[in-house]
Design a protein around this ligand. Structure first.
Ligand SMILES: [Fe+2]
Length: 388
């Protein structure tokens, strides 16, 4: 019989317009009076950070903005943010944005009081202690970082992505307001939405999945498959935006208590090398990794096909799997996700390096089917040739 643990010490507040309640929620949390507001330049430009800063300042908080970060955030950016955190005598981090802002916010809350570089914690040279309070306000429905214990950072020198992972990196408060996603560009809605779907699929199927992750993942998949095409077509569709934010939250709770797997290992390798948006990288590999995994693991994937309504209850497993893979290809095509060979910078000569980086990813052992460098190479070539 399986043994498993489940943790989530994050207070979750979800609702349309909920972000307006941030000051009163912070007042109840006793996090100090000086806040580093971590965001990214796109979010600041879109006008999503200013109302939050204004509301906090009106409630008596001292707020300093840090928004010098990229879409695949680098260790150097985390170190710069931590320096500002220390110099300004900050007490807590409020991260407003997508996965990059939230992951950098987590790293700053770790590095600010403790020093060093992100890789020191990943490789065990420094301990995850004395972490400042982290509050996350997602502006995309995708990453789930607002409830996870991880932060994915790119090592500038090697372009390798690595993951800070510790229970104390879970935010104190996740404040989810679907209204903040209304102005997200269509391509970002699509890519981040598919990222959330992959979180649910991998969190449900990977080797360390458990009944809790599967219950959360199943509900997340259903929400995302039905709501994402609507949110993509109609950005201000309140119901669709609401269900996408809920789906990404549940998907975050799903993989946060299990793991991601081979799709993410390839996507993170690609993103580290070419700065490909994380969700796009996940979306391009998903059907091909599913084909690889389903060659050995049929029953669980046939169940997935039925959960996501790509197949009927009466379909035999093989048929259900084929319908799911074809259904996901159509799903991502309709979301106008580009193909691997059309992504900037991608070269076949780099495939052995991408395969090697994927093998080195800590989540490779979690993939439901054992996978090695040759398998990754084969999947990369199939994805490039678009042969599933
Ligand atoms: Fe992801």
């Amino acid at each position: 019989m399986q043994t498993y643990s489940y943790f989530c010490n994050t207070r979750i507040e979800m609702g349309m317009g909920k972000s307006e309640q941030l000051p009163e929620l912070l007042n109840s949390l006793d996090i100090g009076s000086s806040i580093l507001l971590v965001s990214d330049p796109g979010i600041v430009k879109a006008g999503l950070a200013a109302p939050i800063q204004t509301a906090l300042e009106a409630s008596g908080y001292r707020v300093v903005l840090f928004d010098s970060l990229s879409q695949n955030p680098r260790d150097t950016e985390c170190i710069a943010g931590a320096k500002l955190f220390t110099e300004q005598g900050m007490d807590a981090v409020v991260a407003v944005g997508g996965g990059s802002a939230m992951d950098v916010g987590k790293a700053i809350a770790l590095l600010g009081p403790n020093g060093g570089a992100p890789i020191d914690y990943c490789e065990g040279r420094r301990a995850y202690t004395n972490i400042s309070p982290i509050i996350c306000i997602p502006t995309t429905a995708g990453t789930g970082s607002e409830v996870t214990r991880s932060a994915v950072i790119t090592e500038s020198f090697t372009h390798r992505k690595f993951t800070l992972k510790h229970a104390s990196l879970r935010p104190l408060l996740a404040l989810l307001d679907p209204k903040l996603t209304f102005t997200v560009p269509k391509s970002v809605t699509a890519a981040t939405g598919v990222d959330a779907l992959v979180h649910a699929i991998e969190g449900y199927t990977c080797k360390v999945a458990n009944p809790i992750s599967q219950a959360l993942g199943a509900r997340a998949m259903q929400s995302i498959v039905s709501a994402l095409p609507i949110a993509f077509r109609d950005p201000e569709h309140e119901q669709a935006r609401y269900h996408m934010m809920e789906g990404s939250l549940l998907a975050g709770l799903c993989f946060g208590s299990s793991d991601v797997a081979a799709v993410h290992c390839l996507a993170e390798a690609l993103g580290g090398l070419y700065d490909t948006p994380h969700g796009v990288a996940n979306a391009v590999f998903l059907p091909y990794v599913l084909r690889f995994n389903t060659q050995e693991e049929k029953a669980i994937h046939a169940t997935l096909a039925r959960i996501m309504n790509f197949a009927a209850e009466s379909d035999k497993d093989e048929i259900a799997i084929d319908k799911m893979i074809e259904g996901i290809r159509e799903f991502t095509n309709k979301l106008e996700i580009p193909k691997l060979k059309d992504l900037p910078g991608v070269q076949i000569e780099d495939f052995p390096r991408i395969a090697e980086l994927a093998v080195q990813n800590n989540s490779t052992p979690s993939n439901i089917r054992s996978i090695g460098a040759q398998d990754y190479l084969h999947i990369l070539q199939q994805t490039y040739d678009d042969v599933v």
